[in-house]
Design a protein around this ligand. Structure first.
Ligand code: ADP
Length: 237
């Protein structure tokens, strides 16, 4: 097997602290209240936001705030071996942690008894899809005009060989030593998602976390750019 990192260069020619190319476009779906399309390396993800709207079923509504629903879904054709369509344990887990990450950034008490639905469809997956989904969902929520205290920006860092690196690609995720996806609120710096698989020393963990935070700040810039471009375009119409 070829080494994941050799002379400071990764298999895709990136430096350890380099992120895969990221591009985000806001307002791509006509029927959604807010939406975003994102490409991050080979990941392709689309997010649609619907609401605030009447809460269905009504018995789950909250008289004090809007409830948030998040559905992460991987298309059967998004991975090399066809994925069985429909929800599974992994998508249920990613939906749950993503919803909780976003809840702390949104101002939901303005919309009692309503629901806000977020659908994320992963069209092409190449490691890091939970970060891609959260990042796209956050832009889609802002595009929908849902009031927010802050955005949520996500990025992973991890370890391949003996090195801590930013934004693991698929091969690095498969054969690497650790992967730590995080999400932060860029204004406050609060961490709203932190997961880890693999094995890191406490020192390596600290290094990984601060690299992932730097990654999130770069992601945050791209989110702002996507929203600015959308609103500049609307102003020009
Ligand atoms: P993340 O996509 O957030 O990194 P995981 O670490 O669980 O989440 O998955 C890493 C990668 O493994 C995914 O991005 C995808 O490329 C691949 N993968 C996940 N689930 C499946 C599946 N059911 N079949 C094939 N590949 C999958």
């Amino acid at each position: 097997m070829t080494e994941l990192i050799k002379n400071g260069k990764r298999q895709d020619d990136r430096k350890p602290e380099e992120m895969r190319d990221l591009s985000i476009e806001a307002g791509v779906l006509k029927r959604a209240d807010g939406s975003a399309y994102l490409e991050w390396g080979s990941n392709k993800v689309i997010a649609g936001v619907f609401g605030p709207q009447k809460c269905i079923p009504q018995h789950i509504s909250n008289p004090y705030k809007a409830i948030l629903k998040f559905r992460y879904n991987m298309a059967p054709f998004s991975v090399d071996d066809r994925k069985r369509p429909g929800p599974d344990r992994r998508s249920t887990e990613i939906s749950k942690v993503s919803k909780e990450a976003l809840e702390s950034a949104l101002i939901l008490r303005h919309f009692p008894n309503t629901m806000i639905e977020i659908f994320v469809e992963v069209l092409q997956a190449a490691a890091g899809t939970r970060c891609a989904s959260l990042t796209a969902a956050s832009v889609a929520l802002a595009d929908a005009g849902v009031p927010m205290k802050d955005m949520v920006a996500a990025c992973a860092a991890g370890k391949i060989g003996d090195e801590v690196v930013l934004d693991l690609a698929k091969e690095e995720d498969n054969a690497g030593k650790a992967d730590v996806p995080i999400a932060i609120k860029p204004k406050s710096g609060d961490i709203v998602l932190l997961q880890m698989d693999g094995d890191l020393t406490p020192e390596e963990f600290d290094e990984t976390l601060s690299l992932a935070k730097e990654g999130c700040m770069k992601v945050s810039e791209e989110q702002q750019k996507a929203l600015q471009e959308k609103y500049e375009m609307e102003e020009g119409e």
